[in-house]
Design a protein around this ligand. Structure first.
Ligand SMILES: COc1cc(C(=O)O)cc(C(=O)O)c1
Ligand SMILES: [Mn+2]
Length: 339
């Protein structure tokens, strides 16, 4: 069975070098905790260096590909790892997004059956971002788009970003909204106990972004726009009944923006989500039964999650063989235009 992993992190030395500067900058962004640990690792300080995430991010043809061969993973859908270019100034972000897209396109063109890619862009300059999206999709023939949730505390329900959404919809380019540390206005109690990143804060950040987009009417403006989120839908699938009920009550009470469709309809029609970093049988079964098999894709979240457990888990997950085909490759081929 063809296996396509859809949230597979990657980076280039130029972005890593720029993030090392961020690690030593006065920024108060919550991402700094993790950026310091990965890009300016002090051996033994917090153990991130022992996990060698940076080595895994920069590698494509060596350990990554040999593990894929060993485990029968046909393809990685690569994306520039969080926080991407979003902590840089607008010009640096625009330039490095284009550079990363060129490098990614080269990898994909040289290994067309093993790697596909999601293009980066700099949301800071929506019109320039839209041009990079046009270039990435039309010229570089990449497979979709990646953004790491907020950019300087702003979210895609804000119409200033809608040139980006317009370009994505026009190209039928799914935007993967990947996590990063919560924005300065959201980070409050997320700064302790390791809650800043994958354990909790990431899900809060992306879940908040997804609900803002649905409740903000984004999908009335862009009915064909497709969004992908990871980590079994950042808990939104579990919470969707309550989101739907409380939003429709708030709309009736004129406390929420009137929308053409319901929150549940938007989540079903305009979102898909992956299993990245949630290797849980019951969560998977619920997600398929609640949101539909066409909306769930398999992912590893390499190098942050080890490859073998993610394969072993999906190989034995409690799904039909038809569902397993959809999870492992069918949905990814459709959403990310993978031949
Ligand atoms: C950007 O840094 C990341 C770190 C981790 C982690 O497990 O600590 C996970 C992700 C991720 O889920 O992509 C990203
Ligand atoms: Mn990830």
């Amino acid at each position: 069975m063809r296996k396509i992993a859809t949230e597979e992190a990657w980076s280039i030395p130029e972005v890593a070098a720029e993030l090392k500067k961020v690690a030593n900058s006065p920024t108060q962004a919550l991402d700094k905790l993790l950026v310091k640990g990965i890009y300016d690792a002090q051996p033994g300080a917090d153990g991130y260096d022992a996990m060698d995430f940076l080595g895994g991010l920069l590698d494509v043809q060596d350990k990554r590909l040999s593990q894929m061969d060993e485990l029968g993973v046909d393809m990685h859908l690569l994306s520039l790892t969080a926080p991407g270019v979003q902590m840089f100034d607008a010009d640096t972000a625009t330039d490095l997004a284009a550079l990363a897209n060129d490098r990614m396109a080269e990898i994909c063109h040289n290994n067309p059956t093993r790697f596909a890619g999601l293009a980066s862009f700099a949301p800071h300059s929506p019109k320039r971002a839209a041009k990079e999206i046009d270039r990435a999709m039309s010229e570089l023939k990449l497979n979709g788009l990646i953004v790491n949730s907020h950019t300087y505390g702003e979210y895609f329900d804000d119409p200033k970003f809608w040139p980006i959404l317009e370009a994505a919809e026009a190209h039928d380019a799914c935007i993967y909204i990947h996590p990063r540390g919560a924005s300065d206005t959201l980070k409050g109690p997320l700064q302790d106990y390791g809650m800043d990143s994958a354990m909790w804060g990431y899900g809060v950040e992306v879940g908040t972004h997804a609900v803002r987009m649905m409740a903000g009417g984004v999908f009335d403006a862009f009915p064909n726009l497709k969004i992908c989120i990871g980590h079994m839908g950042e808990a939104v699938p579990f919470w969707i009944w309550r989101i739907n009920f409380m939003n429709s009550r708030a709309q009736s009470a004129n406390r929420a923006k009137k929308t053409e469709r319901s929150m549940e309809e938007y989540f079903k029609d305009n979102f898909v989500f992956t299993t990245s970093g949630v290797e849980d049988d019951l969560a998977l079964r619920y997600s398929i039964d609640r949101m539909g098999i066409d909306n769930v894709l398999w992912a590893i979240d390499y190098p942050y999650q080890p490859m073998k457990p993610a394969v072993d888990w999906m190989d034995q997950a409690p799904v039909t063989e038809e569902e397993r085909h959809a999870l492992y490759h069918g949905n990814a081929e459709r959403i990310f235009h993978i031949k």
